[in-house]
Design a binder for this molecule. Structure first.
Ligand code: LLP
Length: 415
């Protein structure tokens, strides 16, 4: 979280200069609020560090996939890193050109592969030998050539939560660095396949840049072995994973991160591709909840109207999100900030010193822009939250209406 972006003016909470309470009054709660200027700043911070290096940002759509946010990022020149047909559909609707879309994921279906090949995306990132054969088969049927990149599993430890580390040999992702050269030779020989890139993604919320540098060095060795086998590559995809500040952790700044990779990799003849998600969207969004009840007893529970279905990160990864009150409440109280969902795992903060909330207050969860709304569900038949964007001129507009009960039931009535 960037503490500086929150401030109180006469006890009223502001985020990046905007008062939150009028938004909650107008659009209701739970409410996701995003800042266009924050998105732009983060994107530019990465991009400006490219210097003369041929490099690009391929925003990882899964972090926050609202089409209006995709349009903003597309307008800044970003491409997209996708993991499903649904994300491809979104990106195309957001007018992201196919040549700027890359598709990762261990379990692409036949329909998804066909869709990606037909759209002519930049490449599919291959995560297993079996998948490579399947892509070749589908490309041959459609009469097109599928560009591919192999995702190498470099077996480096990013030092992050086990659920979000992806570059260790026990993880399901990528192809072992020991197998990679053989797979490129195979790819070269298969019909309908053109290998054009190599990539890795070692995990998420990484704050130690040395893990990226280590993976980068392995990639460099592999690129030279692949090129020695006569296969000419165009892209090196270094994935996403740059950590952000949620609490007091030191998150590397985007420019240092980019420079670390540029320096550890070299390989100027290849386009260097970055697929950041969290580091662009994470601190560009907040979740606003209203305190319904303060339940006193042996322990204090502040019960808000947002639940784990709206933001699952604390329940799933024990993730920390800083909590602000509106209005400012002097002093703190120890307790849990929980939601209305019928699960004991439905909490945002456990045994934490929290603002001394009163019912009717707003509880604002910081750093909720990435993996917040995109991981939301309808559990307990709860309509998903509305989303609002504060534009660069300071005006706020709805970018996703709140779901209705009818929205929830419609697919069941359509049968
Ligand atoms: N590229 C690939 C292939 C990925 O799998 C991911 C994220 C990214 C890029 C973007 O990583 P980022 O820059 O956002 O760290 N739901 C979890 C995070 C899961 C990340 C999955 N892969 C969370 O809320 O912490």
């Amino acid at each position: 979280m960037n503490m500086d972006s929150f401030a109180y003016k006469d006890s009223v909470l502001t985020w990046r200069g905007a008062e939150i309470r009028p938004l909650a009054a107008k659009f209701g709660t739970p409410l996701y609020v995003y800042s266009e200027s924050a998105l732009v700043e983060r994107c530019q911070a990465l991009g400006s560090a490219f210097g003369n290096r041929r490099a690009g940002i391929y925003y990882s759509v899964k972090a926050c996939s609202n089409i209006h946010i995709l349009r903003i990022l597309a307008g800044l020149g970003c491409g997209a890193d996708i993991v499903s047909g649904g994300e491809l559909f979104r990106c195309r609707k957001a007018d992201i050109s196919p040549e700027k879309i890359v598709f990762s994921g261990v379990g692409k279906t036949e329909a998804e592969i066909r869709y990606a090949i037909t759209e002519g995306i930049l490449f599919l990132s291959v995560e297993s030998e079996a998948e490579l054969h399947e892509i070749s088969r589908i490309a041959t049927i459609t009469g097109k050539t599928a560009r591919i990149s192999v995702r190498v599993n470099p077996d480096v430890n990013p030092g992050t939560h086990p659920y979000i580390s992806t570059g260790l040999k026990e993880n399901k992702f990528g192809i072992s660095h020991k197998e990679v050269v053989r797979i490129y030779k195979l790819a070269q020989s298969l019909p309908g396949i053109e290998p054009t890139g190599l990539g890795f993604h070692i995990g998420s919320q990484i704050t130690d840049l040395s893990a990226f540098a280590d993976a980068g060095k392995i990639a460099v060795r592999l690129v030279s072995e692949i090129e020695a086998a006569g296969i000419k590559l165009k892209h090196l995809d270094v994935g996403g994973g740059l950590g952000i500040r949620y609490a007091n952790e030191e998150a590397p700044d985007p420019a240092t991160y980019v420079r670390t990779l540029i320096q550890s990799v070299g390989l100027d003849h290849l386009e260097l591709m970055f697929d950041p998600g969290r580091s662009i969207a994470g601190n560009a969004g907040i979740l606003v909840s209203k305190i319904l009840y303060v339940k006193e007893g042996e322990k204090t529970f502040f019960i808000g109207d947002a639940g784990m279905n709206d933001l699952i990160r604390p329940s799933l990864y024990d993730a920390y999100h800083h909590v602000f009150s509106d209005p400012l409440r002097p002093g703190t109280r120890s307790g849990d900030l929980v939601g209305p969902v019928c699960e004991s795992g439905d909490f945002f903060a456990k045994d934490r010193e929290l603002p001394a909330f009163e019912s009717g207050d707003l509880a604002v969860l910081a750093s909720a822009g990435a993996y917040g709304m995109s991981m939301a569900s309808n559990y307990n038949s709860r309509p998903r939250a509305a989303e609002v964007l504060i534009a660069r001129d300071g005006t706020a507009r709805l970018i996703r209406r709140r779901e209705t009960f009818e929205d929830l039931l419609q697919p069941e009535l359509d049968v």
